[in-house]
Design a protein around this ligand. Structure first.
Ligand SMILES: Nc1ncnc2c1ncn2[C@@H]1O[C@H](COP(=O)(O)OP(=O)(O)OP(=O)(O)O)[C@@H](O)[C@H]1O
Ligand SMILES: [Mg+2]
Length: 314
């Protein structure tokens, strides 16, 4: 159990409050991390912005871990903005740090299990289906040969997605087995999903719903000139008041996967049926922030610190 830590800053003043590790891509953190840090500090937390790659397992440390800025002790909470790309060994190590923090009683948002479930699109799809949620028909296989067999038996366009992709990167369409990418391009795993747009579609929209602490904070419609409607790919974010069906679907997706906060992508198929496309455990919210008056970073900071306080009180 972590005790509240009182630290002395450079001016000699003592500060109490939770000590938080904010894990980012590189040393300083991106726009989101900076906002989050400011919001948490305004709420009395001491925040160390650091990277998972800078952490160590170390048997000489009282906690068994060396988290930069914590002198071998544990933070009270850890907020993961990014795990960063790396080799299989690096990712395993970084998720191991997150698993170990949680096992040591540290509140971690989102924790390793949630990140693993979201980052692997095939597991997320499985969990949506198991929870009874509508999600596009999908098959995921190893080897080009097996993928070829699936597409050859289906006369329709498919979407292929990298298992670990985000922000629309690497998402592509195949109109038949001959358009399948090479195994090197997809890490030898073929995630194949029915393409849901009508062939003559000219308007491409889907919705991003942001959920934190079991409630919807905000949502936006994303309107793209191409069928890939990520804001990162140039789609326009438009404020959207989600209908009850969207709210319930997003909350059910969050419950199915077990995440503290998430960005959920919803789409309507050609017949207008609402489907869960994707869940993101480290969602960007810059596009969404541009169309809402809510301060998303501040709400995240509030909910996270409340959760840390509850864990410390146990
Ligand atoms: N089956 C599909 N049919 C039609 N369009 C799709 C389909 N799957 C994805 N798209 C489009 O491509 C975009 C990106 O797909 P998706 O959300 O699955 O991956 P991602 O955005 O790269 O991953 P993440 O949401 O984890 O960042 C979607 O927002 C949607 O516009
Ligand atoms: Mg997406």
């Amino acid at each position: 159990m972590n005790k509240p830590v009182t630290t002395t800053d450079v001016s000699g003043a003592t500060r109490s409050g939770p000590r938080i590790a904010l894990f980012v891509e590189d040393g300083s953190g991106d726009w989101h991390a900076r906002r989050l840090r400011t919001a948490m500090e305004a709420r009395g937390a001491t925040v160390v912005t650091t990277t998972l790659s800078g952490c160590a397992f170390d048997t000489s440390c009282p906690s068994g871990m060396d988290i930069p800025g914590f002198d071998g002790l544990l933070p009270d909470g850890a907020f993961v903005r990014s795990v960063s790309t790396g080799t299989l060994e690096q990712i395993t190590f970084r998720l191991g740090i997150l698993h170990a923090l949680r096992a040591s009683g540290v509140r971690v948002w989102n924790d390793a299990r949630a990140i693993e479930r979201c980052v692997d699109k095939s597991t997320a799809t499985f969990l949506f289906q198991r929870a009874g949620l509508a999600t596009p028909p999908t098959r995921v296989v190893e080897t080009r040969e097996r993928a070829h067999g699936h597409l050859a038996g289906n006369a329709r366009p498919f979407v292929l997605k990298p298992l670990f992709g985000s922000q629309g990167n690497g998402v592509r369409r195949a109109n038949g087995p001959d358009e399948l990418p090479s195994p090197e391009d997809v890490g030898s795993v073929y995630y194949m999903q029915h393409y849901l747009r009508a062939p003559d579609a000219t308007v491409f929209e889907d919705w991003r719903v942001f959920v934190c602490n079991k409630r919807v904070l905000a949502a936006m419609l994303r309107r793209g000139k191409s069928w890939i409607t990520n804001v990162h790919q140039g789609a326009e974010p438009i404020a959207h008041e989600p209908c009850e069906e969207m709210v319930q679907t997003a909350l059910a997706a969050v419950a199915a996967v077990g995440v503290d906060y998430a960005g959920i992508d919803l789409i309507r198929d050609e017949s207008g049926r609402l489907m869960v496309l994707e869940i993101n455990s480290n969602p960007a919210w810059k596009g969404l922030q541009s169309v809402t008056d809510l301060d998303i970073a501040d709400i995240l900071a509030h909910d996270f610190l409340q959760s840390v306080a509850e864990a410390r009180a146990r």
